[in-house]
Structure formats: C-alpha cells, structure tokens
Unconditional design. Sequence first.
Length: 102
Amino acid sequence: MSQGFGKKSVLLKYGIDVEDSLMQLVSREHIEISSDVRSGKPCIVNTRIAVEDVAVMHLKQGYSLLEIAGKYGLSLASVYAAMAYYFDHRNEIDRVQQKRMS
C-alpha cells in the first residue's frame, strides 16, 4: 500500500492544522467582521446577515441551507461558510447570544 502525499498530508507534515487552514480560507472569502456592521458580529461578506442568524434559521427554525440561500439571495457557498464558521466558534457565539437574551 502506498503512502499518500496529497495536499492534506503535506500540510500535516509541516505542522499546519488542515481544518484551521481550510477554515481561514473559507472565512476570508465569505465571512467578515466589521465593527460598524451588526456590532462586530461575523457576517456574510457584503451583507448584514450574521453567522448567528444563519445558524438560528438552520438549527432552531429548521430551514435548509439551500432555503436560506434562496430566501436572501446568497450563494450556497457563503451559507455553508457561515455554518462552518459557526461550528468553529460555536461556544463563543452561543455564549454571546445567551448573554444578550438574559
């Protein structure tokens, strides 16, 4: 059996966390944080739709990611990136949301 030397194995060889590296690339393209938009919440680029909004619609209200993209005229990639960002920062986003609601 041959040893794989794909992109993932090369990144791991040099001590680069593949998950973090891929997330950073996705986040830069689809997610932005600006202090003057939604009080600094991470949002889909060029919108006021926060990552938290997408997570609530999908996880709590039952919308599919395709439905969310269609409803707000977003690319499906940006909606998936929002969910990826949410899962990478879930504890922080949930904590801030709970603090605001209490």
